[in-house]
Write a protein that binds this ligand. Structure first.
Ligand code: ADP
Ligand code: MG
Length: 343
């Protein structure tokens, strides 16, 4: 959402099957959700009103509560806020996969009190990711990019145990290149993770790093493709042409591909080619393809290829945490509710 206008209604449309199913069976449905990070304060620009209007145009009769993150008790899972949230409700359905990794009131509160269930979207997301990690068709290729090595190191660890090959691009790659003793100029670096990256490179896992890089001069205008060493003052902002071909070839040879994180600063068209090459290879392969949400999902949507992958997760953080830990607080809360109702 931007200025009260819905830019992309993927998540709203993704919730329709569950809502429709409930309404057809006579349920009176109240939807709760959030927009942005108002941090416990009422911010009119983050009102759910546009969502209410859009959802009611698709499904008349559905009630939509105001942004749950306007409530200070949402973040802290405050019992008093949970009591207000579930007041008058008989059942709870969680269909918000993208917040299942958060122990917030609207995620873990209601299932502590009401008979609860997972919605179709949550079921589909969890089923897809669990099957992918349990029994993938091989070769299974993982592709990780984006900006934050530290956040994704746990995921990289978990993935290395599952995949046959891990391709690393984007801002992630430079900490690994630094760990190989390469010079990376002004590129993104997470210094405190160099040792951890070196350890991974020393392991038996097959990790593929870029062989060439599109770098920008200190003035930010002049661009040049360089090898694995980046000149002083220059910044690596995309994978180079040889790497694009190499990564696309790896994808072509795979039976299963899981991708998270863009290959470069794709928001700037000058640095979008690497991400586009991966997105195109994902779209063209017959392998089973999954995108782990977040900026990678926006990227593939921007290239108009979103409907050519098998599964596009609605939850970036949630899908990564599920890959890393195999469970999420929101799912555990649903299981506890189920066990309670069985007693
Ligand atoms: P995702 O949301 O898919 O998990 P991240 O949030 O980790 O991905 O990273 C996305 C961001 O990483 C994008 O905004 C992109 O511009 C940035 N990025 C990717 N590669 C680079 C790079 N080489 N240098 C700087 N930023 C990069
Ligand atoms: Mg992101």
């Amino acid at each position: 959402m931007e200025n009260g206008v819905i830019q992309d209604d993927l998540r709203i449309r993704s919730s329709l099957p569950t809502l429709q199913w409930l309404i057809e069976r006579g349920a009176r449905v109240t939807v709760c959700g959030h927009i942005g990070r108002p941090k416990g304060q009422v911010m009119p620009g983050l009102s759910m009103e546009p969502v209410r209007r859009h959802l009611q145009s698709l499904l008349p009769g559905v009630e939509v509560l105001e942004n749950v993150r306007f409530e200070p008790g949402e973040k802290t899972n405050d019992p008093e806020w949970v009591a207000r949230l579930i007041d008058g409700q008989d059942l709870f359905v969680n269909d918000a996969f993208s917040v299942c990794h958060r122990s917030e009131a609207s995620v873990v509160g209601p299932p502590a009190h009401l008979p609860s269930a997972a919605g179709r979207l949550v079921e589909n997301e969890v089923g897809t990711l669990a099957a992918l990690l349990d029994d993938p068709k091989r070769p299974f290729i993982g592709i990780v990019g984006g900006a934050k090595v530290k956040d994704k190191l746990g995921v990289i660890h978990a993935l290395l145990d599952k995949v046959d090959t891990l391709l690393i691009g984007g801002g992630m790659a430079y900490t690994f290149l630094a760990a190989m003793g390469r010079s990376i100029g002004e590129s993104l670096l997470q210094e405190d993770q160099i040792a951890a990256c070196a350890e991974l490179l020393d392991s038996d896992h097959r990790i593929v790093l870029p062989v060439d890089i599109l770098a920008a001069a200190p003035d930010g205008r002049e661009l040049q493709v360089v090898g694995r060493d980046i000149p002083n003052g220059w910044e690596g902002l995309d994978i180079g042409p040889q790497t694009r071909v190499a990564f696309a070839d790896e994808i072509k040879g795979a039976q299963t591909v899981l991708w998270n994180g863009p290959m470069g600063r794709f928001e700037d068209p000058r640095f979008a080619d690497g991400t586009r090459a991966v997105a195109t290879a994902m779209a063209e392969t017959t392998a089973y393809t999954v995108i782990g949400g977040g900026d990678s999902a926006s990227a593939i949507a921007q290239f108009g290829l979103a409907d050519r992958v098998d599964h596009l997760s609605t939850g970036g953080g949630a899908s990564l945490e599920f890959i890393e830990k195999g469970d999420l607080p929101g799912l555990a809360a649903l299981r506890q509710a189920y066990e309670r109702e069985q007693r």
